[in-house]
Design a protein around this ligand. Structure first.
Ligand code: HEC
Ligand code: HEC
Length: 192
């Protein structure tokens, strides 16, 4: 967890414009976040999502939902509990400016990737999440997200364990089976 220390220059740059009191407070709040989620946008921990380059409106909504226990997940309900409304926005703005996660060095099986790409088109995933899966507004970035987290969260939408801000994902995934979730996660985690 010592990695959090490496976020200091990024944090300092981001907070340069803010007043000292606010900056110190936000920096203190972000340090534990980055210890889990990775200091440079990329998570190294199982089932912990990478946050880099995530659109700010999506992050604001998710932090709000964690805070209000509309999205129930350890440890995020506890972590978001004390974030005020203006902090949701400043944390989301910081996250949006972190570097996007990188694809793994393993390029993957090209036949399997091509099949999965076609499946994402059939299901219109690329329409809402954008053709390069960088997301926009309240639709999250998926490109090079961790494979384990992608699979877990698709299963959570389908089972109802994860409630979305709107019903889009529950509806989209309703006719799709688990074997396809495994392919989506494989593909999205390896986008180049
Ligand atoms: C102990 C590890 C840990 C800490 C500390 C932590 N998180 Fe998380 N965070 C997680 C996990 C695990 C999830 C995924 C929850 C799930 O499966 O739905 C998550 C999810 C998120 C998400 C949703 C991402 C998405 O793609 O939907 C955001 C945003 C987020 N965290 C921001 C933060 C912020 C801001 C803080 C600090 C205030 C923080 N996290 C602290 C582990 C952590
Ligand atoms: C109608 C638009 C729409 C379509 C089509 C769509 N999505 Fe989504 N997706 C969303 C929205 C909106 C969210 C955020 C929902 C929430 O609040 O949890 C989301 C969230 C997600 C997440 C959660 C990401 C994270 O960081 O937690 C994953 C994974 C995902 N979508 C995968 C897919 C896949 C795979 C497909 C194709 C089968 C797809 N989506 C099709 C709109 C869409």
């Amino acid at each position: 967890m010592g990695r959090a220390g490496t976020a200091a220059p990024l944090l300092a740059a981001f907070l340069a414009g803010a007043s000292c009191a606010i900056a110190a407070d936000l920096g203190e709040k972000l340090a534990p976040c980055l210890a889990c989620h990775g200091a440079e946008g990329q998570s190294e921990l199982d089932n912990v999502p990478s946050l880099g380059a995530q659109p700010a409106p999506y992050t604001v909504i998710q932090l709000f939902m964690f805070r209000e226990k509309m999205r129930v997940a350890d440890p995020m309900n506890e972590m978001a509990k004390d974030l005020g409304d203006s902090e949701l926005q400043s944390v989301a703005d910081f996250i949006a400016k972190q570097p996007a996660p990188r694809p793994p060095s393993d390029t993957g099986d090209s036949v399997r990737l091509e099949r999965a790409r076609a499946l994402t088109e059939q299901s219109h995933c690329n329409v809402c999440h954008r053709p390069d899966f960088s997301g926009r507004e309240n639709v999250p970035r998926l490109a090079d997200q961790r494979e384990d987290y992608l699979l877990k969260t698709l299963r959570d939408y389908k089972s109802g364990a994860r409630r979305g801000y709107d019903a889009s994902m529950a509806e989209v995934l309703q006719p799709i089976d688990d074997a396809q979730f495994i392919e989506f996660a494989y593909y999205l985690a390896r986008l180049r």
